[in-house]
Structures are given as structure tokens and as C-alpha cells.
Design a binder for this molecule. Structure first.
Ligand code: ADP
Ligand code: ZN
Length: 238
């Protein structure tokens, strides 16, 4: 699969943004889509959790915002994301941005720094606010491999389906922080989505239903906007 893609030319390496409310299934869908498209999956939340876990001074600062359900300030976000996105050579492999940009200011900064090529498509996974609360309450993360799973499907074992590690509630999945994060999303997302729509980048997909169905909609959104990727998507689907 990767070889077929590489043979199709490097200029095809996709650069995508995926957005969605907390609990929309963004992390799971992004991991799957990034694997299918053979691009690195860059999650700002994962970068921040790694920094917090590393116990650095920066991690301590970030941790206070994350625990409260507040956004990390833009200057810190841009530094951390820029460090991960790396130089031109590294970016040539493409990327799938998950959780960044989260504000209009971040989106504008991304396109100012990287130019029009910063992303060719932004996909919103649309799930109504009342549907995500039960999902967030049941969400658990593996302490070993970081896989995100759900008590409803894994209650029989309480262990990670991938590595059998212990599952725990993410530190910011407590009711106050959940409520705050959803409120922040409702403030920040509309101007961000509108800006992306104005740039001609935005496609919304319905995030309700089974993960396989949502994945299929994401793939359709990608190939309808970037037909060159049809080959890759079909090769994987077959
Ligand atoms: P969720 O979106 O479900 O809250 P994430 O893993 O995407 O989870 O992010 C966790 C936390 O990290 C956010 O609540 C926020 O504090 C911080 N964060 C992640 N991405 C950004 C960003 N682009 N800008 C500001 N803060 C961010
Ligand atoms: Zn695990």
C-alpha cells in the first residue's frame, strides 16, 4: 500500500485537518484514516499529554490548562506543533492534523507560516452536543499504549483490547472539565469552521453511527476532494 502511494509521486502526500467536538470520535477516526493514507497522525492533545508526562516545566504549564479544560495559549500551541511538524523535508510526507488548529487564530497562523499548501482539506466530524456526553463519560485510555476505548464495548475485561494494559479515565474527562471543554468548543469552533469554509477547505461528515460507517464517510470526503487518493483508498478497501 505504502509502496503504491510512494510510486504515485510525493506531491500527492495529503495534508489534512480533522475537526470535531470532544467525543466525536476524532482520535479513533484520525488514527485509522492516517494509517490508510499513510501519513503521520499529529494530535495536539497527544503532544501535550506527552509533554505533561515528560515532567518538563513546559509540561507543567500545559497541564494546568488541560486539567481545567481550557485551551492552551496559542503561542505555546504553535511552538509545540511547529516543533513536531518539522522542516519542509519532513512535511513532504504529508500529515493529518487532529486537534489543531482549534481556533481561527491558530488556523490563520498555520497558513501564514506554511502558505496555501498547509492543508488541502479540513473535515469536520459533526456530532451533536447531546450525543457526546455519554461517550465522554464512558471514555477510557490505556495507560500502556494510549489507545482510547469505551467502557460500553470493553466492560467485560476492563483491559486494553490492543495490549491488555489497564484502562483509566483521562485526567481531563471529569465532569467540570468536560463541560468547560464543550463550552470552549462552542465558542471557538463556529468562527474557525466559517473561516475554513471561506477558504474553500471545509467538508462536514455526519459523525453518528458505527465507527465503520463514519470511516467510510471520511474516505468518501477525502476522495471526493482529492481524487488522486482514490487509488490508495480503493487499494485498502479491497
Ligand atoms: P479534547 O478535544 O477531547 O478535549 P484533546 O486530546 O484534543 O482532547 O486535547 C486535550 C486538551 O489539550 C484540550 O482540552 C486543551 O486543553 C489542549 N489542546 C489540545 N489541542 C489544542 C489546541 N490546538 N489549542 C489549545 N489547546 C489545545
Ligand atoms: Zn493498550
Amino acid at each position: 500500500m505504502a509502496a503504491a502511494f510512494a510510486g504515485a509521486g510525493r506531491q500527492l502526500a495529503p495534508r489534512l485537518i480533522v475537526l470535531g467536538r470532544q467525543g466525536a470520535g476524532k482520535g479513533t477516526q484520525c488514527a485509522r484514516l492516517a494509517e490508510q493514507l499513510d501519513v503521520p497522525h499529529l494530535s495536539s492533545g497527544d503532544l501535550f499529554r506527552a509533554e505533561i508526562a515528560a515532567g518538563t516545566k513546559l509540561g507543567g504549564t500545559i497541564g494546568r490548562y488541560v486539567a481545567a479544560g481550557e485551551l492552551v495559549p496559542d503561542d505555546i500551541v504553535l511552538d509545540v506543533v511547529a516543533a513536531r511538524l518539522g522542516d519542509n523535508a519532513r512535511r513532504a510526507a504529508g500529515y493529518l492534523l487532529d486537534g489543531f488548529p482549534r481556533t481561527q487564530a491558530q488556523a490563520q497562523a498555520l497558513f501564514e507560516v506554511l502558505g496555501a499548501d498547509a492543508a488541502e482539506l479540513a473535515i469536520e466530524i459533526d456530532v451533536p452536543a447531546d450525543a457526546v456526553l455519554p461517550r465522554l463519560a464512558a471514555r477510557r485510555m490505556c495507560i500502556e499504549c494510549g489507545m482510547v476505548t469505551n467502557l460500553h464495548t470493553d466492560s467485560s475485561t476492563g483491559r486494553c483490547p490492543a495490549c491488555r494494559g489497564f484502562l483509566e479515565r483521562r485526567a481531563d474527562d471529569h465532569p467540570d472539565a468536560i463541560a468547560r471543554r464543550l463550552a470552549v468548543y462552542d465558542e471557538q469552533a463556529p468562527p474557525l469552521l466559517e473561516w475554513l469554509r471561506d477558504q474553500g477547505l471545509l467538508v462536514s461528515v455526519d459523525g453518528r453511527g458505527e465507527p465503520d460507517e463514519v470511516h467510510e464517510r471520511l474516505v468518501q470526503a477525502v476522495v471526493s476532494r482529492i481524487p488522486a487518493l482514490r487509488v490508495l483508498c480503493r487499494a485498502v478497501a479491497d
